[in-house]
Design a protein around this ligand. Sequence first.
Ligand SMILES: [Zn+2]
Ligand SMILES: [Zn+2]
Length: 156
Amino acid sequence: MENNELQRLVERISIDLFGKPFKHKAIFNSRLKTTGGRYLLGSHHIEINRKYLEQLGKDELIGIIKHELCHYHLHLEGRGYQHRDADFKALLKKVEAPRYCNQLPEQKRKRRASKILLYKCESCNLAYKRKRKMDTSRFVCGKCRGKLVMVKEYFV
Ligand SMILES: [Zn+2]
Ligand SMILES: [Zn+2]
């Protein structure tokens, strides 16, 4: 989808659902990272994250456009256009726009690696995996009460 198609789509949704024209620009912005779209208070433009369209499909895109158009129309009309405002919440509901954007599948996969510490019992070799450092002067092997030593730390 190109910018001019996006523009036409936003204009059409604006008329069909809000009964009001969208008179500014809608463009794809590939630098948006964690949001599906944003409404710019200064220029009144709407920017859309193209990745959301590519990864989640057109329904998701339409949801984002509806959401951003809620900001747009309320802001231009001098009404409560922010997420916490009653006007905004009511309009979202009316046009069945999502309150928040779905996360991209790409982001869900990219969770932070967590560190695992591997301890072993010196006597019986039993392994213990811990997320945090253990005080080996206080904790001993649960099986044989032997001394625990840290073997290595790794990331999963
Ligand atoms: Zn929003
Ligand atoms: Zn042991």
